[in-house]
Each structure stands twice: as structure tokens, then as C-alpha cells.
Design a protein around this ligand. Structure first.
Ligand code: ZN
Length: 499
């Protein structure tokens, strides 16, 4: 267990706070997972990767982490204002499938995409439809405490009543009076007492096929209650970290807090963490803008906005290059740059992995750079998970590794420092940032290198035999691919792409 001081920006408190878990050595963490009614897209990748890195880092620090990431398979309606069809049921109707076939199909696809991105599976992945009883019991507690009312077989959370005892809107910074102003007037037909009230349970209409029995009606849970019920079940009524995209701040996370306070009288979450959103060529991603890119489209290059396919690691790297609370703009150029940067660090990883210390001298500067590498990376992660700085630290030391590799000698560094550095670099690359090295690219690079070396040997033989025609011919051919430098006894070469 490292006595590392991790600081996290807490959205609820609007400040960086020292992370201190509720139970020593244990971290309970929850992430709102996908609603599985369509292919996973770029918007799904960011929270998954962000909280995967946090999961990995907390584990590295020595915590036992229970990471819960749910699957929403019921209750998320087409319209967030508790109206319209269930998103999954709608998809099932359009595709002539059972709703649970839709859920199965897109859950498997989501898992496949997450695997490609090297996102670790969570410790528990609960489904909303598997926790109807827990949700009903929680709603009963909220009604019992006076914060919800029954109307025509549905149950609504009473925001006005709740506000007499607790603040509402603290997380998102929204004020109910403003919200009221911006919500359309009730048409008199509504079952809600107040437009701000939100559904905890909805009575199913005859055409609604996903329904369960409850004390109030045959119906289905509202979208927000599943996260409150499932997080309490697996992590306790108060737990450490709740994550999600900033788009979930309101109403989803605000409602989660209200429900948990209403049922248990306790703040459910100690640290709220939100990743920022992404744009595509400067525009918000949306189906209507034709810039909605699924992960399968990105990895295959099959989308009109893409110039070529991009690897899952290029995408992962692209997200790690930004702080999770900054927006990311995706473009072909940005992804290209990320792909190149990733493959540079991947090459360094592969060189270093098989390198053994064989130095003879210690150079203070080299020693200093390499001995501070691990702590510099830890400091960056402790500073609200600044993966961008970790990557820039990795770029800084790549020169040293390249010199070791070309010279065949780990000169200038002590054995102890070299081994500590090598271990830290490899751990940060694979275990913490979750990057998978590009072995096949390195393989072809190695084969290419062997070919160049062999041709240079033939050229040297030719020169010895004074066959300058052949020697020059080989030189001319090689110069198309690499930069050659002749010295008295040998020829060295550098890999530089010739135009
Ligand atoms: Zn949620």
C-alpha cells in the first residue's frame, strides 16, 4: 500500500480534494454504464476509458477496488421528461425482436468494443431489469418518508417536499426556480404535481411490453432509481466514487442524490467525478449532424467523415492525451497524431522490455532523469489523474531509451535506477494507462532493419572487391528508404521516411 496522496476534483464540492476512502484499503466506485439499445459510439468510450484508468490506478496504489458499472436495460425513455417509449422497447419494435434480444445483442457488442479498447471488465455489472425488487423497496422507503406520491398507478418524486429538508440542485448548480421557469407548463392532464417531479415508477400502458408487478401498478422503474438502488446494494448507502459523463449531471445524478437522501437520509457519494464531453471537427456529436461515429465505424474506417480506420489504441491514446475534465475534439488529424505518438511510445516500451542493464559509468543527468521518472508519473496521476503529463514524461525519457538501444549499452545509469525505471515505464504503459504495445508494427520494423543490415553487408563486400557499380547501386536503392552515413570503417543508417 503506497502512502500516496491522490487529489480528485469533486464535482459536488467544486474543488480538488484529498482522496480518503471510507474504509481503509478499500474503494467502492460506481459508473453509469450504457443504455444498450444501439452500437457503442465515441461518447461511450470516454467515460469507460477514464474510469478504467482510475480503476487501474487505485489498484496500483494498493487499494482493493470494487468497481460497479451498470447496464441500463429498462426505464430509459426516449424523452427524458418521463414520457415516450422505452428506448429498448422502441428498438425491439422496429427490429421485430424481443426487448431482451436487443439488450443481449448490444451488451455483447459493448463488451467486444470495450475489450478492443483494453477496458477492464468491472467487478460487478448489474442490470436494471435484474434489480426490480431492490428498486421497488427503495421507492417504498421514499414514499414512507414523504418524498414521493402515487398518482394513477405511477410514483413521482416530490421535489418541493424534498427541498424543505434538503437542497436540490447542489450537484448541477441548478436552481429549482429557474428550472421551473424553463419547464413547460403542465397541460392539466399530467399526473405530476409539479413539472420538476420525476418518475420513480411508471404504470405501463397497454402497448408497453416491459413491465413488472409492484404495489402501485403493473409497470416499470424510472430511469434514475436503478443507479441509486444498485449502488446501495453493492457498495453501501454511502460509497466513495461515482463517475459519469458531464451530460449526466442533470437530471440523472441530481435525481440519484435526491432519491438516496429521500430513502436513506445520507449523501450517497463522497466524490463525484465527471468526464468532459467530446466534439467532432468542432461540433457536438449528434445523429442529425451526420457526425455520429460508432466504435465499429472508427475501427473499420467506414464513416464518411473518416479518412482511414483508426486502431482502438489510437483512440485510447487520444483520450489519454487530454485531461479527463477537458473537452476533446476528434478529427482525422488529431487521431493521426495520436496514432503516431502511440506507436512511438509503444516502440520505446518494446525496446525497454527486453533491455538489460550493462552500463559502466553513471552520468548524473541521466541518473537524475531516470530516477525521478516513476515519482513524476505518480505525482501527475495524483494531481486529479493527469494522464497527459504521464504521457509527456514518457516522451521525455524516450531519448534515453533510444540512445541505450542504438549504442547497445545502458550507459550513464546505475543498475538499480535502470531497473526501477524500466519497471515503472512498463507498469505505467500497460497496467495503469492500459495501452497494449503494437508488437506487429515492431516486428515488421525489426525485419526491415535486418534487411537493411544484410544489404549493407553485401555493399561492404562489393566495396572491398572494388565493385563500385554494385556498391553504388545498393546505396541508391537503400537511400530511397533510409538515410545512410558512411564513416571510415562502417556505414550507419537511420530510419527516416523519404519523400
Ligand atoms: Zn446512473
Amino acid at each position: 500500500m503506497t502512502d500516496s496522496k491522490l487529489y480528485i476534483y469533486n464535482t459536488l464540492k467544486r474543488e480538488r480534494e484529498l482522496f480518503e476512502p471510507l474504509h481503509p484499503g478499500f474503494v467502492g466506485m460506481y459508473l453509469c454504464g450504457p443504455t444498450v439499445y444501439g452500437d457503442a459510439h465515441l461518447g461511450h468510450a470516454r467515460p469507460a476509458v477514464t474510469f478504467d484508468v482510475l480503476f487501474r490506478y487505485l489498484t496500483y496504489l494498493g487499494y482493493k477496488v470494487r468497481y460497479v458499472r451498470n447496464i441500463t436495460d429498462v426505464g430509459h425513455l426516449v424523452n427524458d421528461a418521463d414520457e415516450g417509449e422505452d428506448k429498448i422497447q422502441k428498438k425491439a419494435r422496429l427490429e421485430h425482436l424481443e426487448p431482451m434480444e436487443v439488450v443481449q445483442q448490444y451488451t455483447l457488442a459493448y463488451h467486444r468494443n470495450m475489450g478492443q479498447l483494453n477496458v477492464k471488465p468491472p467487478s460487478i455489472e448489474p442490470r436494471a431489469s435484474g434489480h426490480i425488487i431492490e428498486q421497488v423497496l427503495m421507492i417504498e422507503k421514499i414514499i414512507e418518508h414523504g418524498y414521493a406520491y402515487i398518482s394513477e398507478g405511477s410514483v413521482y418524486f416530490d421535489v418541493k417536499r424534498f427541498e424543505k429538508d434538503y437542497p436540490y440542485g447542489e450537484l448541477s448548480g441548478r436552481v429549482t426556480e429557474d428550472l421551473q421557469h424553463n419547464t413547460r407548463e403542465l397541460d392539466g392532464q399530467s399526473e405530476k404535481r409539479n413539472p420538476l417531479d420525476f418518475a420513480l415508477w411508471k404504470k405501463a400502458s397497454p402497448e408497453h411490453i416491459m413491465h413488472w408487478p409492484s404495489p402501485w401498478s403493473e409497470g416499470f422503474p424510472g430511469w434514475h432509481i436503478e443507479c441509486s438502488a444498485m449502488s446501495a446494494k453493492y457498495l453501501g448507502e454511502t460509497f466513495d466514487i461515482h463517475g459519469g459523463g458531464m451530460d449526466l449531471l442533470f437530471p440523472h445524478h441530481e435525481c440519484e442524490i435526491a432519491q438516496s437522501l429521500g430513502a436513506n437520509g445520507k449523501q450517497p457519494v463522497r466524490y463525484w467525478m465527471h468526464n468532459n464531453m467530446l466534439t467532432i471537427n468542432g461540433q457536438k456529436m449528434g445523429k442529425s449532424l451526420n457526425n455520429f461515429i460508432t466504435l465499429d465505424e472508427l475501427f473499420s474506417g467506414k464513416h464518411s467523415l473518416l479518412e482511414k480506420p483508426y486502431s482502438p489504441m489510437a483512440l485510447r491514446f487520444c483520450m489519454l492525451q487530454a485531461h479527463y475534465r477537458s473537452t476533446i475534439d476528434f478529427s482525422n488529424k488529431g487521431l493521426d497524431d495520436a496514432e503516431k505518438a502511440y506507436s512511438k511510445l509503444s516502440d520505446i516500451y518494446l525496446l525497454l522490455k527486453d533491455m538489460n542493464w550493462n552500463g559502466t559509468t553513471v552520468n548524473l543527468e541521466v541518473e537524475k532523469t531516470l530516477s525521478s521518472f516513476e515519482q513524476d508519473c505518480i505525482d501527475a496521476m495524483n494531481d486529479d489523474m493527469n494522464t497527459a503529463i504521464v504521457l509527456s514524461n514518457m516522451f521525455k525519457v524516450s531519448t534515453n531509451v533510444n540512445i541505450f538501444s542504438t549504442s547497445g549499452k545502458t550507459e550513464g545509469v546505475s543498475k538499480e535506477t535502470f531497473e526501477k525505471f524500466k519497471n515503472a515505464y512498463c507498469t505505467f504503459f500497460t497496467d495503469i494507462l492500459g495501452l497494449v504495445p503494437n508488437e506487429s508494427a515492431a516486428q515488421s520494423g525489426e525485419e526491415f532493419g535486418n534487411l537493411v543490415d544484410s544489404l549493407l553487408e553485401v555493399r561492404n563486400e562489393a566495396k572491398k572487391k572494388k565493385d563500385f557499380t554494385l556498391a553504388d547501386a545498393i546505396r541508391n536503392v537503400l537511400s530511397k528508404f533510409v538515410t545512410l552515413k558512411d564513416s571510415a570503417d562502417k556505414t550507419s543508417w537511420k530510419h527516416e521516411k523519404k519523400k
